[in-house]
Design a binder for this molecule. Sequence first.
Ligand code: GLY
Length: 344
Amino acid sequence: MKTLTVAAESRKYQIHIGAGAVSMLPEVLTVKHAVIVTDGNIAQMYAARVMELLNDAGIASTLCVIPAGEQNKTLATVERLYHEFAAAEMNRRGVVIALGGGITGDIAGFAAATFMRGVQVVQIPTTIVAQVDSSVGGKTGVNLGEGKNLVGAFHQPSAVIADTDFLHTLPEREWRAGLAEVVKCYALGETAIAPLLAPHPTEENLEQLVALCCRLKARYVAEDERDTGARAALNFGHTFAHAIEKYYDYARYNHGEAVAIGMRLALEAGEKLGVTPTSTVLDVRAAIEQAGLDTSLELSPRELVPLMLGDKKNTSANISLVLLQDLGKPIVYEISPRELEELL
Ligand code: GLY
């Protein structure tokens, strides 16, 4: 079991990582009433275990089940949760427990950030993407018809419990999605990740991989909690990825698959621009392959450019790309749409 600290400006908290870590839940709670938010799939597998842990510790809990899927990451789902929190007589001394993948964490975290102007949330991520990225750092929110994550709040959890036992029930595609974010952490400088990478890492390596990624994320969150500078680096591969997801209406590629392709395109763009040395391109490509990720894309990357213009990270009519000057040396590179089209 490993424990890391996230020293965000607004709150300092711990991440507990390892097989069986969920049994620490009662220890991280300082309150006597919890509302567990989870989706129907995770509820079936893990809600009883979490409720039993709470019950044994004398903590009353209420289960709120939300529908699974990105299409339900909406204000309507959050409003339903507010009503369920009120019915459960949740108050500021209560805690929301977000049990699930990134979508559940975002929705439950946002409901916690806004119910009664803010109640505590403990994140218990059950996917690799959520364990290595989305459960840490306090980004919460929902989608609007106009785009992803357009409504949200920074609301740091009071604790994160990343129990790697939960990962054993993940479908194959979820593994791949998660490993793309792990490769991203390698590219951003956690080089100890490379020897541990495999399409299905061993239990011991999995714990170490989650810990290495969380350590990197904790550093960025401590430096730039509200994402106004350095934290943008965590979007390596994501500007292309968001456009790929959007192009296929979120139906063909999941986020991680798109991130793997996006990293490949960002490496190629960086190399052509003279920013990314060939040795770095080869290093990251090798990590992508070692993780068993496919980076092929049928469409011409040029077709992605118009879709990249709506990205939240852009600060002007230009597109902001995260490129690598070396492993662990990301920069934000501003490029005009025309220049990018000519490059790709
Ligand atoms: N997932 C990127 C971030 O938390 O900033």
